[in-house]
Design a protein around this ligand. Structure first.
Ligand code: GLN
Length: 543
C-alpha cells in the first residue's frame, strides 16, 4: 500500500448485528446522501460474504433484484440504493463478493504469483480484500463500505478481519466503524430492549472491532437514559448512539439521521472540515411523497410479484414518476399466471396504466401477452420493459401482424416465427452463458415519438440485461403492420424501442430504465407513463 494514496481517502465501515434486513444498505446510502449534502465527495462499496462471484446467477426469489451498472456489472440491489441516494456512479468494483475475492486469489495462485507459498485466508484473502478498498478510492474524500450479512456469520469473518487490520494501517482519524443493530420494543413490558445490541457489539469487539457509532434501528425514539445505558455497555460516546427510527418513506432516512446529528458526528470523527448540509432537496422529495395531490393505479403484471425485493428499482422508479407528477402511485402487483386463469378484463378493467417488467423463462408469458393485448385494444397506457417489450412485439405480431404462432425462441425454440430471437452470432456459439447484453448502450430516437417527447433529445444511454433481441427479419413486416420502431442502436442493427402510434401511450423498451431513475432525477419514461396514466384516469372518470 502506498502511503500517499492511503492518506487521501477516509473510510466508513458499516456492519450489521442482531438480524438481517435492518436496512444497512439504506443507512449506508443515507450517510452518503448526508455527506454529499455537506459537499463531501463520496462513493459507496458493498462487500458481500456469499461465494457467488456476482449475484447475476442468483434467483430473484432468493436474492431480490440484480442491479445492473453502466459498465455492465450485475450487482446486489443495495448498489441501486447507493445510486438513487447519491450522485456516485457505481461500477463493477463497487460490489465485491467472497466468490470474487477467492476467484482472483485462486487465479493468482495458479499463475504462480505466490511463489510456491501456502495460500491462506490470512494474509492472502484479507490482503485481496484490502486491495479492493484501495481500488475503489479514485478521487473520493470518503468511501463508505457496507459489509453484507450480520456479525457472527462464519462467512463474514475474513471481511471483518480485513477491516480491523485496515484501521490499524490507516489510523483512527481515517477510518470509523458504524454498527447497525436492533433495539426492539417489547409490548408486554412496554420497554425498549438493549440486550441484543450489547451482545452484537460484544461479538464485534471479540474480533477486535470497536464501533465508533451505533445506529439503533427502532420504532420509537431512544430516551437520553437509554442512550446512556447503551453507551456505557458498548463503550461508545453517548452522542454516538443514534436512533434510526422507522420511516414512512425511505427517502426520509437522511433527514431522520441528520436530526440525530449523525453527519456532524461523522465529519467530526473523521476530521473533515465541511459546511452545514443543504437538505432542501430531500425535504422537497419527502414533502411531495407525503402530501400528493392525486393518486393513480398501475398494474404491474409479472412473475415475482410476491417478492417485492425482486422489483426494487422498478418500484422506486414508479414512485419517482409519481413524485414528478405530484401523485401517489398505488401499484397493483398481478401474477401473470392469474391473468391466464381469470382473463385480463377481470383483473385489469379498473387500472390506469399497465406495466410489464423484465423477466426470464416462459412461465406466465401468455398472461403477459393477453394483458398487453388488453392494454393495446382498450387504449390503456402501456409500458413494457425488456421482457415486457419482447412480449409486446409477440402480441403485435400475432394479433395485428397475422403471424399467429409468433413467439420468442426463448419460450418456443421451434416457433415458425421467432420475432424475438438470439442474434445469429450468439446462435453460432451455442453457448448462452456470457452472451447477455449487459450495461449501457446508446440508442437513437425517432423524432415525434413518445420516447423522444419524454427524453427531449435524440441520443440516450440505457442499461441492458438480456440475451434475446427483436428479430430484424421481421422488422419491415412489423412496421408495415403499424408497429413504430422509435429507438435503434446507432448502427441501426438493434431495435431498442417499439411504440404503437394510434394509442395514448404504448412503449416497449429493450432496456431497463428503472436502473437510472432517482428521486431527484425521475426517469423520463416513468414520468411520462405516470402522467399518461393520470390522464387516462381522468378520461375514464369524465368519459
Ligand atoms: N428473457 C429475456 C431475454 O433474455 C428478457 C430479459 C429481461 O427482461 N431482462 O432476452
Amino acid at each position: 500500500m502506498e502511503e500517499k494514496k492511503t492518506k487521501e481517502t477516509k473510510y466508513i465501515f458499516i456492519t450489521g448485528g442482531v438480524l438481517s434486513s435492518l436496512g444497512k444498505g439504506l443507512a449506508s446510502a443515507s450517510i452518503g446522501a448526508l455527506l454529499e449534502a455537506r459537499g463531501v465527495k463520496v462513493t459507496i462499496q458493498k462487500l458481500d460474504p456469499y461465494i457467488n462471484v456476482d449475484p447475476g446467477t442468483m434467483n430473484p426469489f432468493q436474492h431480490g433484484e440484480v442491479f445492473v451498472t453502466d459498465d455492465g456489472a450485475e450487482t446486489d440491489l443495495d448498489i441501486g440504493h447507493y445510486e438513487r441516494f447519491t450522485s456516485a456512479k457505481m461500477r463493477k468494483i463497487n460490489n465485491v463478493t467472497t466468490g470474487g475475492i477467492y476467484y482472483s486469489v485462486i487465479q493468482k495462485e495458479r499463475r504462480g504469483d505466490y511463489l510456491g507459498g501456502t495460500v491462506q485466508v490470512i494474509p492472502h484473502i484479507t490482503d485481496e480484500i484490502k486491495d479492493r478498498f484501495i481500488t475503489v478510492k479514485g478521487d473520493y474524500d470518503v468511501v463508505i463500505c457496507e459489509i453484507g450479512g450480520t456479525v457472527g456469520d462464519i462467512e463474514g469473518l475474513p471481511f471483518l478481519e480485513a477491516i480491523r487490520q485496515f484501521r490499524l494501517e490507516m489510523g483512527r482519524r481515517n477510518i470509523i466503524h458504524i454498527h447497525l443493530t436492533l433495539v426492539p420494543y417489547i409490548k408486554s413490558s412496554d420497554e425498549l430492549k438493549t440486550k441484543p445490541t450489547q451482545h452484537s457489539v460484544r461479538e464485534l469487539r471479540e474480533i477486535g472491532i470497536q464501533p465508533d457509532i451505533l445506529l439503533c434501528r427502532t420504532d420509537r425514539f431512544l430516551s437520553p437514559d437509554l442512550k446512556k445505558k447503551i453507551a456505557l455497555f458498548c463503550s461508545v460516546d453517548k452522542d454516538c448512539v443514534i436512533t434510526a427510527r422507522d420511516v414512512e418513506t425511505i427517502y426520509e432516512l437522511p433527514l431522520t439521521l441528520h436530526q440525530e446529528g449523525l453527519d456532524k458526528i461523522i465529519v467530526d470523527l473523521l476530521g473533515l472540515p465541511t459546511k452545514e448540509p443543504n437538505l432542501t432537496m430531500w425535504e422537497r422529495i419527502v414533502e411531495k411523497i407525503k402530501s400528493p395531490q392525486t393518486s393513480v393505479v398501475i398494474s404491474v403484471v409479472g412473475k415475482y410479484v410476491n417478492l417485492k425485493e425482486s422489483y426494487k428499482s422498478l418500484n422506486e422508479a414508479i414512485i419517482h414518476g409519481g413524485i414528478e407528477n405530484n401523485a401517489t402511485v398505488n401499484i397493483d402487483w398481478i401474477d401473470a399466471e392469474e391473468i391466464e386463469r381469470r382473463g385480463p378484463e377481470t383483473l385489469l378493467s379498473n387500472v390506469d396504466g399497465i406495466l410489464i417488467p423484465g423477466g426470464f423463462g416462459r412461465r406466465g408469458i401468455e398472461g403477459k401477452i393477453s394483458a398487453i393485448q388488453y392494454a393495446r385494444e382498450n387504449k390503456i397506457p402501456f409500458f413494457g420493459i425488456c421482457l415486457g417489450m419482447q412480449c409486446a412485439v409477440i402480441e403485435f405480431a400475432r394479433n395485428v401482424g397475422n403471424l399467429k404462432e409468433a413467439n420468442s425462441s426463448e419460450f418456443a425454440p421451434d416457433t415458425p416465427h421467432p420475432v424475438i430471437d438470439l442474434l445469429s452470432d450468439q446462435d453460432a456459439k451455442g453457448d448462452k452463458g456470457g452472451t447477455m447484453r449487459l450495461g449501457a448502450y446508446p440508442c437513437q430516437l425517432k423524432k415525434n415519438s413518445f420516447a423522444y417527447k419524454a427524453y427531449g433529445k435524440r441520443e440516450i444511454y440505457e442499461r441492458h440485461r438480456h440475451r434475446y433481441e427483436f428479430n430484424n427479419k421481421y422488422r419491415l413486416q412489423m412496421e408495415e403492420a403499424g408497429l413504430s420502431i422509435s429507438g435503434i442502436s446507432p448502427d441501426g442493427n438493434l431495435v431498442e424501442i417499439i411504440e404503437i402510434e394510434d394509442h395514448p401511450w404504448f412503449i416497449g423498451g429493450q432496456f431497463h430504465p428503472e436502473f437510472k431513475s432517482s428521486p431527484m432525477n425521475p426517469h423520463p419514461l416513468f414520468r411520462e407513463f405516470i402522467k399518461m396514466a393520470i390522464e387516462n384516469r381522468d378520461r375514464r372518470r369524465t368519459g
